[in-house]
Design a protein. Structure first.
Lengths: 595, 342
């Protein structure tokens, strides 16, 4: 009988199970340990970006590049995940109406100075009460600084420095870039001065000799020929070529700050009058006439021109300059109390009674809005809207170098020389600054074709349909036209600044931290490089380089490249960027606070 | 003369039928413009105006009244030629004034384009039909297809680059050269008004400015004419009366150009009417590309500016125009086509 085998199998199997179990447990524990030890720190929970709207003009008012700029700014703001930007846009007329109504929260805008003083880059945006430009900003310290620089003629550099520091802190606006002025012309065209304040058509001719006719194309849109209504660069330029102001500026191509010189006025204004520093006296040159050749320009015309602007009181015009300095109601209804005529209506002296001391008042009198009109032919309380029935028999009836031959506002305007222009030889003394050495207007007829968009402008100069193209070429077109040997491209400094406006009266831009966070988030150099190339430069202050008192204050405070961490900290400090809660399995009927 | 009375009845019937067509169309425009999001006042103030100001503006335009009241007021205004006032483009000014001011530019472009389309289309169609199945036919059929599908703006840019920028034979855009004075307005058509003034120089300048835009729009439309004339030509050449003409020993040339050609052209008149609507649509692009200040570019600017009353006015104007042309074509067909019974 064979021995019965030893029953060892169950014991071995148990041992095997135990070993396997131990191995599994060790592997599991090791795996968990590895996962825990090698895991990266948990990411911060996502934040809810701050939703904002960014507005821009969509009909080419600032050139065809504007939508690209808006898209780029949106991308820059959204890059850090801190903002969610919705782009919105409207046409020029609607847009400026919205700006005047304080309807827009954040928007792109551009500014050509209305007169030659750095204050014009400050007061319209930052002085309480100048809300027509949409900032709604108010700071008593800023008001005091502005009042200081506008009431004195000394120490203004220091004040402007303080203003810029405060601007960088409060950020009512955010300067972005400044563009170059570009004119493309046939080589024979002379007298093109890329003047930032007034592009003088009457200097332009061919080969610096009297010229029968000259033609120009532009993409600028003509809105009005009435000085009491217009408030855009092109319309102001046209007005400045058919009307005269009491004072004007020396020609400049942007390389130097122009000087204020008398035009209709006989000499510098007198201030103070008696002992009152708020009264300014201006005396007209004797014997000046309007374009009919018979009507003398008198004190009544000066008073009438200002009164008319106050009476029409168009909210989209530059009337706020006057109502900021004078009693608007009195000017409209009892003008003698605001602008007096010591020698009577037919005299030559007028006295402006301001409601505060304002040292740069003569500069305001160079602005096209303060053009002097013939009180016999312009209606006092109504604007002239129909371009085909201009006063003075359809020619405008100003005293400027040109009269209007024809216009439909939409497609063209043609000027002819005013045979009674009073300053035919006046400009010769400014030859060194670009004025022609022959009596102006150099061209007897000057025709401007208004084009819908930049491609048509380029076609016109390339096909030599016109002698000159001015404003606004697409940047790539400028590069192409510079290669054309039959054309000459003038690129000059321009005082036009481009910037973002924060409506400080609207959430979330009523919080200073939000404005500062956006100042930390934009990349000016990228905008310039991508959109404009060599035709623009980053701008670090509302007062551009070249003006006294300028400093790159935004670069000093916010750096030249975006800083998302600082922007994020500011937004959190302002109470934005709440964390997005993780999804939950069961949802209570009650909503969380803040939803 | 015996047919005069039934013909007059036919014309009156067609004219009468145009009225309900117009009412249906006006109703559609009214409804669609009120169905789309927002309203004219929202557009005017960008959706952000002061509520009191917005309410006042809405009341001023009658938009606060019941829709049915607005509808009948709107119909009443349109039938009396009042299309309302511009909201944003030319605030406060009558829409009709601006449409009539710029319409001659569109009409002039349309007329010259139609001449180009008809001449090129009929010629190529007749030749293709006459030489059916030959390489000439294939080439012309290919032309008809390609030219019909070419984007108008692309063709416009090519023509501008070639003839205005490259060769400098023709002006690239606009209606007149900068220093050429506008002719005294009688019809608004520069080519007509200049002749009325006796100014041949202005006439030549206006025609030079019309060549490129008319070629652009006309060539694109000619593709359709090529194909329709070719088919008609082939059908006519196979018809009994042509066979009979041949059987009588009439020369082939005479058969084609005296008998077949005239009959093949009859459907073209109908097509011209239908193509008029397409032509107005094409004019929008052509006017924009060539910087022509016509109704098309007015419509584009009104859309960009959110000027609802102007947009509505232009659409209604276009619609009335198309209905009018269709009516005219129907009546013309009744005169020239003996097969039409009335």
């Amino acid at each position: 009988m064979e021995p019965k085998p030893v029953e060892r199998a169950p014991t071995n199997r148990k041992l095997l199970y135990a070993v396997v179990a131990v191995i599994v447990v060790v592997v599991l524990i090791s795996s968990v340990a590895v996962v825990i030890l090698t895991a990266r720190p948990a990411p911060a929970p996502p934040v809810k970006p701050l939703a904002i709207e960014l507005w821009y003009i969509d009909d080419g008012h600032y050139g065809d590049t504007e939508p690209t700029v808006a898209v780029l700014v949106k991308a820059q703001l959204e890059k850090s995940g801190l903002f969610q930007v919705t782009l919105k846009h409207s046409a020029t007329k609607t847009y400026f109406g919205q700006v005047s109504n304080n309807a827009l929260p954040l928007f792109l805008l551009g500014w050509f100075p209305d007169f030659a003083d750095p204050d014009n880059y400050v007061t319209p945006f930052m002085r309480t009460g100048f809300q027509s430009l949409g900032t709604n900003y108010s700071n008593p310290t800023m008001d005091a600084l502005i009042d200081n620089e506008t009431s004195s003629t000394t120490g203004r550099d220091t004040t402007f420095s303080q203003i810029q520091d405060l601007t960088a802190h409060d950020v009512p606006t955010l300067p972005l870039w400044m563009t170059s002025a570009v004119a493309v012309k046939e080589p024979a065209v002379s007298g093109v001065v890329l003047d930032p304040y007034l592009f003088r058509y009457y200097f332009i001719g061919k080969n610096n000799v009297a010229t029968s006719a000259l033609t120009m194309s532009t993409t600028d849109k003509l809105t009005s020929l009435d000085p009491a209504v217009e408030y855009d660069l092109f319309s102001g330029t046209v007005v400045g070529n058919i009307f005269d102001t009491l004072y004007t500026t020396t020609p400049t191509n942007g390389s130097e700050i122009p000087q204020t010189i008398p035009l209709l006025a006989a000499g510098p204004p007198v201030n103070p009058v008696g002992s009152d520093p708020k009264v300014w006296e201006v005396t007209l040159k004797p014997g000046l006439k309007f374009s009919d050749g018979t009507t003398n320009i008198t004190a009544r015309d000066v008073q009438f021109s200002f009164q008319r602007m106050a009476k029409i009181n168009n909210p989209e015009s530059a009337v706020f300059y006057l109502t900021g300095l004078m009693d608007g109601n009195a000017l409209a209804n009892t003008p003698d109390t605001v602008i007096s005529m010591p020698d009577g209506p037919t005299g030559l002296r007028v006295q402006f009674h301001l409601n505060k001391t304002y040292s740069i008042f003569p500069n305001l009198l160079t602005f096209s809005t303060t053009s002097i009109l013939n009180h016999n032919i312009y209606p006092v309380g109504t604007a002239v809207n129909d371009p085909t029935t201009l006063p003075g028999g359809g020619v405008g009836g100003g005293s400027g170098p040109y009269i209007v031959q024809s216009t439909d506002l939409a497609t063209s305007i043609v000027f002819t020389a005013n045979p009674y222009y009073n300053f035919k030889t006046f400009w010769e003394q400014y030859q060194s600054k670009g004025a022609p050495a022959i009596p102006v207007p150099v061209s007897n007829t000057f025709s401007i074709s208004i084009k819908a968009a930049a491609p048509a402008l380029r076609q016109d100069v390339q096909a030599h349909v016109v002698n000159l193209g001015y404003r606004s070429f697409n940047p790539p077109d400028v590069s192409a036209l510079q290669q054309d040997s039959t054309l000459k491209v003038d690129v000059g400094n321009s005082p036009q600044i481009r910037y973002l406006v924060f409506n400080s009266g609207k959430a979330p831009f009523n919080k200073i931290q939000v404005r500062q966070a956006i100042a930390y988030s934009v990349n000016r150099q990228e905008i310039v490089d991508i959109v404009f190339g060599a035709l623009a430069q980053p701008l670090w202050s509302m007062i551009p380089p070249g003006w006294y008192g300028h400093k790159d204050v935004f670069k000093d405070v916010y750096g030249s490249t975006p800083d998302a961490a600082k922007a994020k900290a500011l937004l959190q400090q302002a109470g934005f960027l709440s964390f997005i809660a993780p999804p939950v399995l069961a949802v209570s009927e009650a909503r969380r606070p803040g939803d | 003369m015996a047919r005069a009375s039934p013909l007059l009845l036919y014309v009156l019937t067609r004219a009468f039928l145009a009225i309900p067509m117009l009412v249906i169309l006006l109703t559609a425009v009214f409804v669609i413009l009120r169905l789309i999001p927002g309203d004219p006042i929202q557009a005017l103030f960008g959706g952000r105006g002061n509520p009191a100001v917005v309410a006042a503006a809405r009341a001023q335009l009658g938009l606060d009244r019941p829709l049915i009241v607005q509808y009948f007021e709107y119909l009443g205004r349109v039938f009396t030629g009042n299309f309302g006032q511009s909201l944003t483009l030319y605030p406060g000014q009558p829409v009709m004034h601006w449409i009539l001011l710029v319409f001659p530019a569109t009409l002039e472009l349309a007329l010259y384009s139609m001449i180009v389309a008809a001449v090129v289309g009929v010629l190529t169609g007749v030749v293709a039909g006459r030489y059916r199945g030959t390489p000439i036919d294939v080439a012309l059929r290919m032309y008809g297809i390609v030219i019909w599908v070419i984007p108008i703006f692309w063709l416009a840019l090519m023509l501008q680059l070639t003839f205005a920028i490259g060769l400098r034979w023709l002006p690239p855009n606009g209606r007149l050269s900068p220093l050429v004075p506008m002719p005294t307005r009688v019809t608004g058509l520069y080519t007509v008004d200049s002749l009325l003034m006796g100014r041949i120089d202005i006439f030549i300048d206006a025609v030079r400015h019309l060549i490129l835009p008319s070629l652009t729009l006309g060539l694109v439309l000619s593709g359709f004419f090529t194909r329709i004339v070719r088919v008609n030509m082939m059908q006519t050449l196979q018809s009994d009366f042509v066979e009979a003409a041949r059987a009588r020993g009439i020369q082939e040339r005479s058969v084609i150009y005296r008998h077949a050609f005239k009959n093949a052209l009859i459907p073209v008149v109908t097509v011209i009417g239908l193509q008029f609507a397409a032509l107005l649509g094409g004019a929008i692009l052509t006017e924009t590309t060539f910087s022509l200040n016509g109704v098309g570019s007015l419509l584009v600017r009104a859309i960009i500016a959110g000027d609802y009353t102007m947009v509505q006015g232009v659409i209604v104007f276009y619609a009335i125009l198309v209905i009018g042309v269709s009516l005219a074509v129907d009546i013309a067909n009744a005169f020239i086509d003996p097969r039409i019974k009335y």
